[in-house]
Write a protein that binds this ligand. Sequence first.
Ligand code: HPA
Ligand code: ZN
Length: 324
Amino acid sequence: MRDFIQALPKAELHVHLEGTLEPEHIFALAQRNGINLEYKRPEDVVAAYDFHDLPSFLKIYYAAMDVLREEEDFYELAWHYFQRAAAQNIVYVEPFFDPQAHTVRGVSFETVINGISRAQRDAAEKLGVTSNLILCFLRDMSAESAAETLAAVEPFLDRIIGVGLDSDEKDNPPAKFAEVFARARSLGLKLTMHCDVNQKDILDHLRECLDLIAVDRIDHGINALEDPTLCDAIVERGLGLTICPVSNRFVVQNLTGDEIRQMLAKGMRATINSDDPAYFRAYLNENFEALVDEAAFTEAEILQLVRNAFTVSWLPEAAKTAYL
Ligand code: HPA
Ligand code: ZN
């Protein structure tokens, strides 16, 4: 089964580039940028990963990215991920990045996007991994800050394919960002939002995603299964759901294998993704392997999940058919 998973050309639609920052790279960047770390060795960093819910993860995730300062740092971050992707036979990626997490630290938007864009070009040329970038707004920051971020990206519109919404979901509903997302749509961007598993008011958040924002995809979205009306709407619109099993195991102590099967049975287009692989210690193939080892997923199920990812990707239709 490992060989089967490895050999399949795959797409990944839910991976935060900042969530691919490996402990060894944290150390190398800290040294290059003259930053003191409270840890002595990369192993000590991993030992301090103590995630049990979304906020406990986000705290460590945001603290670590302080080592990312220069364009070259962002280039390396993305380049290292693309190298891993190539090694796992991932041929297409729609990665997220969190510009506000950098601009609040005084790193310019240009620095961030220029580093990432250059890595995308190199990955396409040298590794055969193509990608389209998704800008995520931080939902625990204000709608005004999101609007300012969108304004800053307008000169770079050809470098992103869509916008997303991540960070702490509690009391930060989709409706808070309705105006910014409407503006993003008018600029020709695709829309997606995190509806993280078991968050407060999650069914309201899912309904707002569908009825108010009219998203093109949903990140996570497992809780939709609790409401048949939501499931029907998701099936009818052909919306993709980017599920992250190993991430779910950290955040809700459950790989969500049963839920993924229920989604497939209902015709919901579930896909498998790694979310923050450096932190959850599992890239895309390891997410599939966990489903095989712990929930006995079959080759046919894996194939369906991989096909779903290409189907609900934002590749042009002609490009998708090459993979389907
Ligand atoms: N959920 C919300 N925000 C995030 C995540 C996540 O899984 N990863 C990085 N930012
Ligand atoms: Zn995520």
